[in-house]
Design a protein. Structure first.
Length: 106
């Protein structure tokens, strides 16, 4: 039970860290969107004033990327599982690993 409690605590921390990472990625995307919009407005004004010859292109949309967060979350979950396994073995439990075919098995 102590090992299970530790794993649940670890998972809660992992979930909180993942959410914080996602919030940070969202804020970074918002800031980049605002930056691109401001640069576009400045270039548009410079074009209208005759300071630049060609009109500026509309800014590209910012793609929200959680890839880094997902990778960190998988690594943290792996550490939770490793800690649980070590705790379980220390308490006298045994862990066995096996491989099972699930598709195209002969």
């Amino acid at each position: 039970m102590q090992c299970l409690s530790g794993r649940q605590t670890c998972r809660r921390h992992t979930d909180l860290d993942a959410q914080q990472c996602r919030n940070g990625a969202y804020q970074e995307a918002q800031i980049e969107s605002l930056k691109r919009a401001a640069e576009y407005q400045i270039d548009l004004q410079r074009h209208q004033a005759g300071m630049i010859k060609h009109p500026p292109r509309q800014p590209r949309s910012v793609r929200l990327d959680y890839h880094r967060c997902d990778g960190q979350s998988r690594q943290a979950e792996g550490r939770c599982a490793e800690d649980y396994d070590a705790c379980y073995q220390t308490c006298g439990g045994a862990i066995t690993h096996s491989t099972h075919c699930v598709a195209n098995c002969e």
